[in-house]
Design a protein around this ligand. Structure first.
Ligand code: AMP
Ligand code: ZN
Length: 471
């Protein structure tokens, strides 16, 4: 499989450290607000990656964190802790907020069929390991203390900014944030932050009461569970310029070994061309969208674009995926009803869709190509009903399996407010047959011809009426 590695800026053959084993870490949610669909898009891709690798026989160990302390309103060590700020505004304890948000996160992700990671470490649960990590960096003189805060000294780490060199000129950093006089270099970042008087979340440390820096958390949580070198580390594209370079610097400074072999970054979901974000106020919560759309349609929309391309959100884009999903579900229903298919055509299509699907996914997780392959397959299956029932079952299982790798569960049909097309057509067939029984043939024929107009063909057979897409 080829993956685009942000570190080398090219597609590379994916070779895990240990044969058929994958150590995978993805940056997770800062749990102060409900997930918006931008977050969900990014997580959908990591889920697809894990599902796909597992389907190809890899043993994937997946860790994704919850940030419940230390993520400040500005990523570069200034501003307020997002959790504390929100907890105060809601007049609840920070950990009450965190618990609530984690539960809601699981609810939302479960509904979108984003499978759970193997471990979801929480930053507040790993404080002793973080303190040890900082102690090591101080001992190796990669870090320095100023008045209870510990900074990483980027000038000591020769490869600093390897992941994203252009963003690191002193002018850009200096212009973006008011230069902190405590820092020796404006690019230095806080590993451990002194807690001011009255600060809500703080822990004792050799440097006084404080709390961890956001960047430190991911290095500690990933390496604790996955080891010194990870195979794949993923995150949104916003992490490319600061969070991930800082993770590399502190991790490699500490161990002297490579931190991550493949860095992958997902592009943004945008609204009118602008990043969807909590701070921008232009976000749409996943749970709000459930009121309008079948979660599987949302899920299909989320993966029906390449992960490295940003995509603009609007309701029409989601609706188009409703049409695709209807087509697939309808085809599955038709397959169930059919007596058999044209064996040769079906056999060829079955072989072809698997090859095309794998070819697309092996090319840097090309989910769009994978979906196109499935749609092409659905089309050829619709035209191939004849005999040979076992192949129809195989075709139908294959559609369910391949869509499942993309996270679209075709077994989920009891979604409130969503009526699958096939149930509607079955109902129309029953009504039409009732009309024929009472000799209302003109009306029954009219129904049949109206259905043909919208692409659905009924066939009256001795064993009952069946339907298929008009070929
Ligand atoms: P946060 O909770 O803000 O740290 O974000 C959680 C994850 O969602 C990170 O991997 C972000 O990169 C990602 N993310 C945030 N906003 C967007 C967006 N508009 N589109 C895609 N991914 C996003
Ligand atoms: Zn992270």
């Amino acid at each position: 499989m080829q993956l685009y590695n942000s570190l080398t800026r090219k597609k590379e053959e994916f070779i895990p450290i240990e044969k058929k084993k994958v150590r995978f870490y993805s940056c997770g949610q800062t749990v102060y607000e409900d997930a918006h669909i931008g977050n969900a898009r990014t997580y959908s891709y990591w889920d697809v990656l894990v599902r796909y690798l597992r389907w190809r026989g890899y043993d994937v160990f997946w860790v994704q964190n919850f940030t419940d302390v230390g993520h400040l309103t500005d990523d570069a060590d200034t501003g307020e802790d997002k959790i504390i700020k929100t907890a105060i505004a809601k007049d609840i304890q920070p950990m009450v907020l965190v618990e609530k948000q984690i539960r809601k996160f699981y609810e939302d992700m479960d509904k979108l069929n984003i499978q759970r990671a193997d471990i979801y470490p929480r930053a507040t649960g790993e404080i002793p390991e973080m303190i040890e990590f900082v102690k090591d960096l101080l001992a190796k003189e990669y870090a320095y203390e100023v008045n209870g805060t510990i900074y990483f000294d980027v000038t000591k780490f020769s490869n600093y900014g390897e992941l994203s060199p252009t963003t690191y000129s002193e002018e850009t950093v200096g212009a973006r944030i008011a230069v902190n006089p405590e820092k020796k270099d404006p690019r230095d970042f806080a590993l451990w932050i002194k807690a001011p008087e009255g600060h809500l979340m703080k822990w004792p440390s050799p440097w006084g009461m404080g709390y961890p820096g956001w960047h430190l958390e991911c290095s500690v949580m990933s390496q604790k569970y996955l080891g010194t070198t990870l195979d794949i580390h993923a995150g949104g594209i916003d992490h490319l310029h600061l969070h991930h370079p800082n993770e590399i610097a502190q991790s490699e400074a500490r161990t002297g070994q490579k931190f991550v072999n493949y860095w992958i970054h997902a592009a943004f979901l945008t609204v009118n061309g602008e990043r969807m974000g909590k701070s921008k106020g232009n976000f749409i919560l996943v749970r709000d969208l459930f009121k309008e759309f079948d979660p599987m349609v949302i899920r299909l929309f989320l993966v029906n674009s390449h992960y490295r391309k940003s995509v603009d959100f609007n309701n029409d884009a989601i609706s188009q995926n409703q049409v695709l999903l209807d087509r697939i579900r309808t085809s599955l229903a038709a397959l169930k009803q059919a007596n058999g298919g044209k064996e040769k055509v079906l056999r060829e299509s079955i072989t072809r869709v698997t090859t095309d699907f794998i070819q697309a996914m092996d090319d840097d997780l090309n989910t769009v190509g994978a979906i196109q392959a499935i749609m092409q397959f659905v089309k050829s299956v619709n035209n191939a009903f004849d005999n040979e029932r076992h192949l129809l079952a195989e075709a139908s299982d294959l559609i369910v399996t391949l869509m499942g790798i993309l996270g679209i569960d075709l077994h989920i049909t009891d979604v409130q407010g969503v009526i699958p097309l096939h149930s509607l057509i079955s109902l129309i067939i029953v009504l039409r047959n009732d009309l024929r029984n009472i000799k209302q043939f003109k009306l029954a024929d009219e129904i049949r011809s109206k259905l043909i107009d919208i692409g659905i063909q009924l066939e009256d057979k001795p064993e009952g009426t069946i339907w298929k897409f008009k070929s």
